[in-house]
Design a protein around this ligand. Structure first.
Ligand SMILES: [Zn+2]
Ligand SMILES: [Zn+2]
Length: 162
């Protein structure tokens, strides 16, 4: 874990006006291939790094906020840089485990080693040319249990496996 602890836990937007620091490494990272994420990223999938809300601190700038309703009906919001528009993190209000976490956009991390995904969710809407990397977990829709994803992420991050 010494190697992990020494790595940078900072990130920011494209233009540099919005910067953040993480008090702890992400709990896990995965790719979401849902149609909503494809539009949000203007790409084929989003890389989500799950972090406790308390661990994310904005150190520069004041992120703007956008709100929407997920396909599941859950009201969601996202922080983005008001200058360059880059999405930084998504969250939801309320109680429960999901509301305690942010989904940090993996590409905003300075050390993108933390954004290496170990799983792929909403494969039912993945682009047809995407090939799942060997050893990664796949889910047709939203996983019911994220524990296997967290376990595989921890194993890879510490170099124990894969
Ligand atoms: Zn920016
Ligand atoms: Zn998605």
């Amino acid at each position: 874990m010494a190697e992990v602890a020494s790595r940078q836990l900072t990130g920011g937007c494209q233009c540099g006006a919005t910067r953040y620091a993480l008090a702890a490494p992400p709990l896990f990272a995965y790719c979401c291939h849902c149609a909503n994420c494809q539009r949000i990223t203007a790409s084929a999938f989003a890389i989500s790094c799950i972090v406790p809300k308390a661990a994310l601190v904005f150190t520069k700038g004041a992120p703007a906020r956008h709100e929407w309703t997920a396909d599941s009906g859950t009201p969601r919001y996202g922080f983005f840089c008001p200058d360059c528009g880059v999405r930084i993190a998504h969250g939801q209000e309320g109680d429960g485990p999901s509301a305690a976490m942010y989904s940090l956009r993996g590409g905003t991390l300075d050390d993108r080693g933390y954004a290496a995904p170990v799983a792929h969710i909403w494969m039912s809407s993945a682009v047809p040319w995407f090939a799942v990397p060997q050893g990664d977990l796949t889910f047709e829709a939203q996983p019911k249990d994220y524990a296997p994803i967290a376990a595989l992420y921890a194993a890879r991050l510490t170099g124990v496996a894969g």
